[in-house]
Design a protein around this ligand. Structure first.
Ligand code: GCV
Length: 715
């Protein structure tokens, strides 16, 4: 590549060819190891049709981002169309890419003001007339917007959309679309199930792993624009000069792709690194220490995103250690970052133990008093549900509960409570349910999606499921969750079906029948896992510590609220956590129409029944069955789904390359084993209270309860 003059047409054609061969080389040896994610760029069935329309491409613009655009278009179009495409800069090209500042052609279209009105990162893709020919134009006011437009265009080809009358204006609904990596400095990942961290700290900054560029490309292709590199259970060392240089090296790789780096900051860093006697946020020396640290960071990384802070949560230090408030702590850091336009992302995952307390109400109780008290550059990051990334939770009452605070959702892409990287669960449907929840903050229609996008600064975070595994996510199908997170961060109203269909076509197959089958599997997968793990509003039935298999009997953790028995409260009468007036009354944290629905045993959606109510085993469900029978049948339904999915997947042999086909089949075997284990362990245990037989249609457990209690499910 270095032999060709950058910028020349020859350079790009040759460079694309070399890159293309490199990029696809491995897959020529093996069937497909999944490394290329959804950016596979293999020839599409409509390639011939597209070749007539896309004969040459002009990219107008000079910057590292424009270089990335050229590379992507060269590799992408060559692959998808099955022939190399000239990527140059001539105005008579069939596709023209640029901004009004970089392209005369685009400037002449008279779009300057309109493009400027599109949100930052937004873009326009249109088919326009130029004399007697038609041209596809990809335009934005910014380089990064142009890159996003480029990826959108490639997606149109990958999913075989018609190009004749393109008329698209796209802009992100949420401004900060961030992946959170719970990566430790020793390379391990807290709750990571796909290998080691992607950041090789010992080799940085001298050696830059080329994989970092592929990570950035994948993220940019779905609009992700931030990456928090280290675990929220933070090690202060990341803020030392030595590590900041390494962080800067990563930031340099990400910058052309529009991705800013963020760091999790340990609140006590002034003590650990600065040797100060305190980390009190109102202490002058502490304030100065953070200001100097921010200055040091921005000198190295001018576009540094900011700090994420887990304070006074699960043993982490924070302002309350010094009898100060969350607002004191967040605002002190915000003041240090504000001159550099940096953000503080303050986590609301706070749950202090008090007598008679309900963990589901703790974050609201702790944070709600500070509504309107946070600085303008503070975002409050709230998990989607009030407990902790359970297979299903109602939305967190802080959504719609803090109108004067910039609340951003935290979703968990990694499957801490959803079978790790062994279970196939498409999370978009779960997130859809969350975004569609009506908070009633401003009357009917105040969905979470609306509440979080209508802020002065808006954003979203997702705890990443990526790692050093060749296929990035440990399970091929779970790449879809990374993809879905990005697509929903861009537009939280996108349908799960659209996301699943796009992803399947880009990643697995173009065969329409197979696409329909896989999409159907994806859309049913979340309900299935809820059924075999925690149906009807049950939650946190997990084996302590690792959170993989079932242990509803667990009662030995040092905190009550780390024990499953605290959550299900099964007894001779029934099961479930009473969060109504007769119980913890944390249902009162929701706006009245929501509260009234949840607290009414008859109106409460059955999927949340045992979240809000302690219900008799004989309670009549909508189906006419008793609660016990219904619960048992839900567990069975979950198992049945996995079995039928195994059979459906088996029919796809030959449609999907052998390597990925076999890997997914093998994982489904584990998933079936686990689903059966979940059903049997939970039903046998709950039966000791319910004292009722299993209803017809539910299989008899293979082992005795004592066997399940004795042994954790292997993972
Ligand atoms: C990073 C849960 C997880 C912890 C995680 C914590 C958090 O408790 O089990 O591993 O810590 O959430 O979100 O801070």
């Amino acid at each position: 590549m270095v032999y060709f003059k950058p910028g020349s047409t020859r350079y790009f054609v040759k460079a694309s060819f070399v890159l293309f061969v490199l990029f696809c080389g491995i897959s020529a040896v093996k069937a497909d190891d999944g490394y290329r994610l959804w950016l596979r760029y293999d020839k599409v069935p409509s390639a011939d049709k597209y070749r007539d329309r896309i004969q040459s491409i002009a990219v107008h613009g000079k910057s590292a981002t424009f270089d990335a655009i050229r590379r992507e278009l060269s590799v992408g179009c060559a692959g998808l169309l099955g022939t190399s495409i000239v990527v140059g800069d001539r105005d008579d090209a069939s596709v023209i890419v640029g901004t009004p500042q970089t392209s005369n052609f685009i400037r002449k279209l008279g779009w300057v003001i309109e493009l400027q009105r599109i949100e930052p990162g937004g873009y326009r893709i249109r088919t326009v007339r130029d004399g007697n020919r038609s041209v596809i134009v990809i335009a934005s006011a910014t380089d990064v917007g142009t890159l996003y437009g480029t990826f959108h265009f490639l997606r149109l080809l990958q999913t075989e959309q018609p190009l004749a009358r393109l008329h698209l204006d796209q802009s992100p609904r949420l401004s900060f679309r961030i992946l959170n990596h719970w990566d430790n400095l020793d390379g391990s990942i807290e709750r990571g199930y796909a290998g080691k961290s992607l950041w090789n700290w010992s080799e940085l900054p001298a050696h830059i792993d080329p994989r970092l560029t592929d990570y950035a490309r994948a993220n940019a292709s779905i609009g992700i624009n931030g990456s928090v590199l280290n675990n929220v259970n933070a090690n202060a060392q990341i803020l030392t000069a030595e590590y900041l240089e390494k962080v800067a090296a990563i930031a340099n790789v990400f910058r052309p792709y529009g991705i800013r780096v963020y760091l999790s900051a340990r609140f006590s860093a002034p003590i650990e690194l600065g040797k100060l006697p305190t980390a009190d946020p109102l202490d002058r020396a502490v304030i100065e220490w953070w200001k100097a640290k921010a200055d040091e960071i921005y000198k190295l990384i001018p576009d540094f995103g900011g700090f994420v802070v887990k304070a006074n949560s699960e043993g982490q230090p924070g302002p309350r250690t010094y009898s100060r408030t969350h607002a004191d702590g967040a605002n002190m850091l915000a003041a240090a970052l504000e001159p550099h336009l940096g953000l503080v992302i303050w986590r609301a995952f706070v749950y202090d133990m008090k007598p008679g307390y309900d963990r589901a109400g703790a974050a609201y109780e702790n944070l709600h008093p500070f509504d309107g008290k946070f600085a303008r550059n503070v975002l409050l990051q709230v998990k989607n549900g009030p407990i902790d990334f359970q297979p299903r939770e109602p939305f967190h009452p802080l959504f719609g509960g803090m109108p004067q605070t910039q609340v951003i959702p935290e979703l968990q892409i990694t499957q801490e409570y959803l079978g790790f990287s062994n279970h196939f669960v498409f999370l978009a449907t779960m997130w859809r349910e969350f975004f569609d929840s009506d908070t009633y903050a401003d009357g009917r229609g105040s969905t979470v999606a609306k509440e979080v996008s209508d802020k002065y600064l808006s954003g979203i975070s997702g705890v990443a499921n990526t790692g050093s595994d060749r296929n990035w996510t440990g399970h091929h199908m779970l790449q879809a969750n990374w993809y879905a997170f990005g697509r929903l961060a861009w537009n939280p109203d996108t349908s799960s079906e659209q996301i699943a269909t796009e992803w399947t076509r880009m990643t697995l197959t173009h065969d329409p029948k197979a696409v329909a089958t896989i999409v159907r599997m994806m859309l049913g997968s979340h309900e299935a896992v809820v059924n075999y793990m925690t149906p009807l509003g049950l939650h946190h039935l997990f084996w302590g510590g690792h959170h993989y298999g079932p242990a509803p009997w667990w009662d030995t953790e040092k905190r009550d609220d780390w024990n499953p028995v605290y959550y299900h409260k099964a007894d001779a009468f029934g099961i479930g956590f009473d969060r109504t007036k007769t119980g913890s009354n944390t249902v009162s944290q929701y706006h009245p129409p929501v509260r009234r629905q949840f607290e009414d045993l008859q109106r409460c959606p059955e999927k949340f029944l045992l979240w809000f109510h302690h219900v008799s085993w004989d309670h009549k469900m909508k189906s006419g069955r008793t609660l016990w029978d219904e619960m048992a049948l839900h567990y069975q339904e979950g198992v049945d789904w996995v079995r039928s999915t195994r059979a459906t997947w088996a029919d796809l042999r030959g449609v999907i390359d052998d390597e990925r086909y076999t890997a997914v089949s093998d994982k489904l075997v584990i998933q079936e084993r686990d689903a059966v284990w979940w059903r049997d362990a939970c039903l046998l245990y709950f039966q000791t209270f319910a004292k009722r037989p299993l209803p017809a249609g539910v299989e008899k457990p293979a082992h005795a309860l004592a066997d399940y209690k004795a042994k954790a499910l292997d993972y």
